[in-house]
Every structure is written in C-alpha cells, then in structure tokens.
Design a protein around this ligand. Structure first.
Ligand code: S3P
Length: 417
C-alpha cells in the first residue's frame, strides 16, 4: 500500500521546520505530496526524493529550524492539494516575509476563508479573492500571538493550520473541535518534542524552542485501501490482503461502516509504525446490506464516501448518508458528481443537500462516465466499472496520480488475478 497522504504531507512540512535531517520511508510519491515538496523547496529547504516504485519514495529533508525558511521568489502553486494550501497558510502566517499561495482551477473554488479567519486573529495579514475566501491568498506573516479557537467546521486542515501557526506564536494556542478530526499533526509534533496536550474537546500547544527531526515510516493509506476494501466486499469471488494500513481511530469510519453492512473484514493485530497504529487487513466477498450513517461516523469516513457509495450500490436495501455536506467542497462537489455519474451506471441514487440515498441490489451496467478531475471519484467509478456488466469508459483517468499513481496498474493485476 502507498503511504498515507495526510501523514506524508505533514512529515514534509514539519521536517522542513525541524533542526537537522529528517528521513521518511514510504512517503507517498503522488502529485499532491509533490506539491508539498515543491512548496518547501520554494521556501529554501533542501530535500531529496528517491522513488522506489510508482507512488513510493524515500525522502530526506534538511530541516532549517523554526526560523530558517526564506521568502519565496514566486507565487507558490500548490496545484490540486487542499492539504498543502491550508497547512502551508498556517506556517507562512508565522514567517516575517511576504508570500502568495495559489492552486489549480479546482482548488481556487474551495474555501480558504476558514483558515484566513483564525490566522488573522493570531495577528497575520491575509488577503484573498472573493472577500478573502478564495485563492490566491497573500500572506504577510510574523509577530503572532496564541489564541483559543473553536473550529466552526470539523476540519483537520484548519486545526493543523492553526497549530502550525501556533509554533511561531507568543503564548499557547488552543484549538477546540466540534468532533474529533484526524490527529496526525498532533502525533508528529509530539514525536518531535513539542508540548501538546489534549484539553477537553481541544488541543493545547506551547510554542517550542525547536523541533527534533523525524525518522519514520509512513503507514499505508486507509483512504487508498478503501477502493480495494469495497472491490473485494462487493465482488462475488474475491479476497484481498492489505498489509500495514494505518488504522488511526479518527480515520477508520469506513471499516466500521463496512463491518455493519456485513462485510467480512479481518483486522490483524495493531502495532505502531511512525507513531500511528497500523494493522494488516484481510477482506473477502461479502453479502452487504444497506445502512444509515451520519454524525461522527461519516466524519471519520468523509474521504471514503465515494467508495462507500459503490459498496451501497451492491448492498441489499437502502443506504442513507447524512451530515456529509463537506463533500460538496472537496476536489469536486462529490455529492452531485457521484449522483450524476453513478446514475449513468444504473445506480438508483438520489441527491440530498447533505448526502445521498441509494437503493442497492440492482445490477450495474457499464457506461461512459467522467471522474471530473477528482481522484477519489475516478477510483470509485473504476471499482464500480470493474463490478458492472459490460464496459465502462472513464474520462479524466489521470487524476488518480493525485493520491495513487499505481492505481490502474494495481487494478489490472487484481482483475487479471
Ligand atoms: C485532510 C483533512 C480532511 C480530508 C482531506 C485531508 C488532512 O479535510 O478530507 O482529504 O490531511 O488534514 P478537511 O480538513 O477539509 O476536513
């Protein structure tokens, strides 16, 4: 399995801020993570990437310390990567220089006001397009003070941006979240020696004098494993082993949902890799049944909702997904894109403001569909196409390189096997 995308981004950004050399194994060598590598290089950080196989790299970063970044000579283009854009905003807010972040056409429609607001409150000057909500974003940072911030939307990217700015602030920074979001930033900061404590519904960070470099292996990405989990569970005769997959409880919503749907999943013994729990996962063909999901379970599976929709199409009965309005501001409007493309494959799916309803159990028929430039939508449609009768042709297939460059090759091997 390729390394986890969220963790790979964070190891590169934090490695840049450490004092000394960081070594990362199983770094996700994908377009999104290269956007992060390019960004730290633009800030004067040296780093070497050795690609071992498609999607897998070893990375060495010569950290410049908390005060060693230099002003970028140009606009930083983070392309399709929301994680790079938002986390980098937090770091740049703490720098005594001018910087500008932009992204591709998709990212330039996604909300950035959610990071502008707390970073301004900490003392940075930020301006952005459309009333300070959309990229490009200009940042004149420095002289920050810690704040107590309650996230209006449960977002790990915003939480991380505020914590990263907190590294450069005077006084402590506290971030409270309505529901627990992924905590990879907190785990890595602790590994690097930062004083970070859980405090009720929040986390409290004391600004450190220095961060120690990292030496770790990135766990396999459960969000990537999701496509194979669904493919195996919905296929009439399949069995798949997924070794060393990250099972951080803030990310395992899909495992819980699939289990409740009747999937035969075996999760092996947990161990710690790179400060994160990992396990080997075994899954086989299963009789799935529809389910109603919402709340924190959906938050813990937000990125896996497109894959879940495919499982729901093959389940007996109705599946209802609620509280998933954030899907509308991902790499595409994943609710409307899923509904329009799944319908083409014959899925009985109905759009809701905050999710969708699927009447499962009807045979899918192959059809021409589009992934709308969205990697997770494309991979979900590929799994649906694999299981449908007849041929499915997917437009925009290259977007898989955003998180899983080896996807088509792996799919070919599985289908042949
Ligand atoms: C991510 C957080 C989530 C997730 C995204 C990656 C991260 O986004 O959907 O794919 O690495 O922090 P939000 O913070 O917008 O919820």
């Amino acid at each position: 399995m390729p390394g986890d995308k969220s963790i790979s981004h964070r190891t590169a950004l934090l490695g840049a801020l450490a004092e000394g050399r960081t070594h990362i194994r199983r770094f996700l060598a994908s377009d999104d993570c290269f956007a992060t590598i390019d960004a730290i290089r633009a800030l004067g950080v040296e780093c070497r990437v050795t690609e071992e196989s498609p999607g897998l790299a070893t990375v060495e970063i010569d950290g410049v310390g908390l005060h060693g970044l230099t002003e970028p000579a140009d606009v930083i283009d983070v392309r399709n990567s929301g994680t790079t854009g938002r986390l980098l905003s937090g770091i740049l807010a703490g720098q005594p220089f001018h910087s500008v972040i932009t992204g591709d056409a998709s990212l330039r429609t996604r909300p950035f006001g959610r990071v502008v607001e707390p970073l301004r409150e900490m003392g940075a000057k930020l301006t952005a397009r459309e009333d300070d909500t959309l990229l490009p974003l200009t940042i004149d940072g420095g002289a920050l003070h810690g704040i107590r911030y309650r996230l209006p939307v449960a977002s790990a990217q915003v939480k991380s941006a505020v914590l990263l700015a907190g590294l450069f602030a005077e006084g402590e920074t506290i971030v409270e979240e309505p529901l627990a979001t992924r905590d990879h930033t907190e785990r890595l900061l602790r590994t690097m020696g930062a004083d970070l404590k859980r405090e009720g519904p929040g986390v409290k960070l004391q600004p450190p004098d220095r961060l120690a470099p990292l030496d770790l292996e990135v766990p396999g990405d459960l969000s990537t494993a999701a496509f194979w989990l669904v493919a195996a569970a919905a296929h009439p005769d399949a069995e798949i082993d997924l070794p060393k997959v990250g099972v951080n409880p803030t990310r395992t919503g899909l495992l819980d949902i699939l289990s409740e749907m009747g999937a035969q999943i075996d999760i092996g013994e947990e161990r710690i890799v790179g400060g994160e729990p990992v396990a080997d996962i075994h899954i086989k063909s299963s009789q799935l049944r529809g389910i109603e999901v919402g709340g924190e379970l959906v938050l813990r599976a937000m990125d896996e909702m497109p894959a879940l929709a495919v499982a729901a199409a093959f389940a007996e009965g109705r599946t209802v997904v609620r509280d998933a309005e954030e899907l509308r501001v991902k790499e595409s409007d994943r609710i409307s894109a899923l509904v329009s493309q799944m319908k083409k494959l014959g899925v009985a799916i109905e759009e809701q403001a905050d999710g969708f309803i699927i009447e499962g159990g009807q045979a899918l028929r192959g059809a021409p569909v589009t992934g709308a430039g969205d990697h997770r939508l494309t991979m979900s449609l590929a799994v649906a196409g694999l299981l449908a009768d007849g041929e499915t042709e997917i437009e925009d297939e290259d977007s898989v390189a955003i998180s899983y460059p080896g996807f088509w090759e792996e799919l070919g091997k599985l289908a042949a096997g």
